[in-house]
Design a protein around this ligand. Sequence first.
Ligand code: ADE
Length: 272
Amino acid sequence: MECRTYDECACAEGRAELPSGKIERQKKMEFNILTLFPEMFSAVNTSMVGRAVSNGLVSLNVLNIRDFSTDRRKNAADAPFGGGQGMLMMPQPLFDALESVDAQEKRVLYMSPRGKVMDQELITDLAKEDELVLVCGHYEGIDQRVLDHFRCEEVSIGDYVLTGGELPAMVLIDAVARLIPGVLGSRESALDESVYSGLLEYPQYTQPHNYRGMEVPEVLRSGDHERIRLWKFEQSLRLTRDRRPDLLEAFLKSHKDLTKRERKIVDAVLAE
Ligand code: ADE
């Protein structure tokens, strides 16, 4: 199981509430992907998402933008008007590719470093759709008329610049797919709105309990579920305080209803 937050782990253990935005239906999610490098998407056909594709929970419709070019040489890019560096992806192949998947009627995302930075809230929102269209740019980007006409939402995966939108699109697909019921096994449940949502995940240990003299914390082997729960909570709080004080602040603001014991732990961690 790979969960970032205390909360996701709590959910995986079956203790957490169902998220309010949970997806009720067993549904199939279709990703239409427009790219100049379709072969890159073979990577998402492996692992969990690959299994979801085989199980019919996710479908990937990968279109090569170049196939839609009416240009004799199948060109898809040209120099920008007004000067500037590099090449821009031309409107014609993109318009035709987008129209071929009825993108006017759908939520279209353009992967771009100038977009809204992706977070779990956006991913949860995207997971409610039945279908998404992802446009992967290359070179210096794409003609603005494409973005305007198809009302593209620009989405970034972080404040750094990659050579194209394919890897960001794969990140998005992976993050959205794991929220679709049935994609993760019950042991890897991805519910993420328990009482502790928004804290970083506590440290975890597996067998053996003593490895090269390094012991697993005693509490985790105590069998005392409440003590274990509070220990995990405390560890999550400490990590979040040290690594992501912004998340801790948001957590404390939105969790005024902690139990007495939890409150005591919060006060102690803040006072350390
Ligand atoms: N394309 C290039 N860099 C990107 C980024 N950081 N996020 C999304 N798309 C991109």
